[in-house]
Write a new protein. Structure first.
Length: 167
């Protein structure tokens, strides 16, 4: 009889262990979801810095590109026309024709508002008398961009007025 009691006690203990091990606990059945967020600041929006003043008197009204092409002539050490209105995020081809007796170029000051820096747009080669050249200008920030001739910066200049919407 002691043997039967020991066996019964063993079975009861085994069942108790089995019930605890296989039992359900509300906390154990609940899947927990961990959300990881990365706290990163958005990239800063580029800002157009103050541009140099144009050294040449500006035309009274701004000209508009024709089929996204700006045509600028050079004569008597002046750009004509020298004031343009374009829309932001629209690449513009600027075609420059040198009708003067001296070499010229066209350089647009970039976002930093300074000439002779890496963000400038400039014709590839100096334009000799009778030559033409092109450059692409793709402004991504609205504002007034100044341009000049590097060979005659005191006499030759202009402005490209970039608006948020088509002018």
């Amino acid at each position: 009889m002691v043997k039967a009691r020991a066996s019964a006690l063993g079975v009861v203990l085994a069942l108790a262990v089995l019930l605890v091990a296989c039992g359900s606990d509300d906390k154990a059945d609940t899947l927990s979801t961990v959300t990881v967020t990365q706290n990163t600041a958005p990239a800063p929006t580029p800002q157009l810095q103050r541009q140099p003043d144009p050294t040449q008197e500006l035309d009274g009204t701004a000209s508009k590109p024709l089929d996204r092409v700006i045509s600028i002539g050079i004569s008597e050490t002046k750009f004509a026309p020298n004031r343009w209105a374009v829309a932001v995020d629209e690449p513009i081809t600027i075609r420059v024709t040198n009708n003067d007796s001296q070499q010229h170029n066209l350089r647009i000051a970039g976002l930093d508002g300074e000439y002779e820096t890496m963000d400038d747009a400039v014709t590839d080669q100096p334009l000799l008398p009778g030559q033409s050249g092109e450059l692409t200008f793709a402004p991504q920030v609205p504002g007034n961009y100044t341009f000049r001739c590097d060979f005659h910066p005191a006499n030759m200049g202009g402005r490209i007025e970039v608006s948020a919407a088509a002018p």
